[in-house]
Design a protein. Structure first.
Length: 276
């Protein structure tokens, strides 16, 4: 499938072979979060940071593109799963768009969210497998965001369960898999080697200790992770452009987490602001 290969390659940096994607799909689940109100601005900051692209719902992508958010080296991934925190079970993701609509939007790939260990697991597995089949017929890559939940619908960070989730997504047709950072970094290698499909790690909820967060990102790269799907730790950061510069250096230029942290701090101290 030449078309899929061409599109998939666009999602990775040519030199590092890694990827940084900005997830802005939070608006459907959580509403207009701080930092997420201006979608075109976030898209432009991601482009400026030389990230590979943005993951968003159809309305967010349309808004960003209508405000001039296009570039030869910047991609959009259409997220086609949704649920809200207002509903009785936000872990149950429903299909809210289609691969065909992604093609019409000019998206490079589609993204689907699946949760394991919850009541709606069976339906989400079926939806995810069907979307992967449909996407293959269009030559469209699929990013599967997959989480595991324990009893009581609390997110699981157990490494072996995350490894299982990667295998599930890959076996059912995912071209990229996004998972959470485990509670034991020693299991990172087990996670990324669960299948040959590239694994990206979630940026997680907003953190205050930037240095420790950079360290966690660096550990995923050292274990063989292929990059980052970052959301709140980019668009909710007080200095998102400086954060973007630091992440680019670590993910694509091989800087250590300390070097990334130092560059982030020095750019802020020097009051080096970037245009958006």
């Amino acid at each position: 499938m030449i078309g899929k290969t061409v599109r998939l390659n666009r999602l990775f940096n040519n030199e590092s072979g890694n990827s940084i994607l900005v997830a802005i799909d939070h608006g459907v689940t959580l509403g207009p979060l701080d930092g997420l109100r201006d979608t075109p601005l976030i898209s432009n900051l991601a482009k400026q940071s030389r990230f590979q692209g943005v993951i968003g719902h159809k309305g967010a992508i349309s808004w960003a593109v209508s405000e001039g958010g296009t570039s030869r080296d910047f991609e959009y991934i259409l997220h086609i799963s949704g649920s809200t925190a207002l509903g009785p079970d936000s872990t149950r993701k429903e299909i809210v768009s289609s691969v065909e609509h992604g093609v019409r939007l000019g998206a490079t790939a589609v993204s689907v969210h699946t949760n394991l260990g919850v009541a709606g697991e069976f339906g989400m597995l079926k939806d995810m497998a069907r979307i992967c089949d449909e996407a293959a017929s269009w030559g469209m890559p699929v990013l599967v965001m997959i989480n595991v939940f324990d009893e009581g619908n609390s997110m699981s960070y157990e490494g072996k369960k995350i490894s299982h989730a990667v295998r599930v997504a890959a076996e059912l047709g995912a071209d990229l898999v996004k998972v959470q950072y485990p509670n034991d970094f020693r299991l990172l290698t087990d996670i990324v080697t669960s299948h040959s499909t590239p694994v990206l790690f979630a940026g997680g909820e907003k953190v205050e200790d930037k240095r420790e967060w950079f360290k966690a990102v660096h550990e995923t790269l050292m274990a063989g992770g292929k990059g980052l799907c970052v959301g709140r730790n980019f668009f909710q950061d007080a200095y998102p452009a400086q954060m973007g510069y630091a992440l680019y250096g670590m993910v694509h230029e091989g800087r250590t987490y300390q070097e990334a942290y130092d560059s982030y701090e020095s750019l802020i101290a020097e009051k080096m602001y970037f245009s958006s």
